[in-house]
Design a protein. Structure first.
Length: 61
């Protein structure tokens, strides 16, 4: 009886370790995918030097 409990406990521990490893790998892949998506965005164009339209925003309340 004690041997079966110890075996079940070891099996559960092994399953938990495997689950953690799979979760870490999934998170690593998501991080890499997010970095690739961010690199795919074009760099935003800055304001044109000397432009008079769109250079300021007037806010009246």
């Amino acid at each position: 009886m004690i041997a079966s409990i110890a075996s079940a406990n070891a099996s559960a521990s092994l399953q938990a370790q495997a689950s953690v490893l799979v979760l870490r790998k999934a998170m690593e892949l998501q991080t890499l995918n997010a970095a690739q998506l961010l690199q795919a965005f074009p760099t935003p164009a800055g304001p044109t030097p000397g432009a008079s339209i769109g250079g300021t925003i007037d806010v009246f309340v």
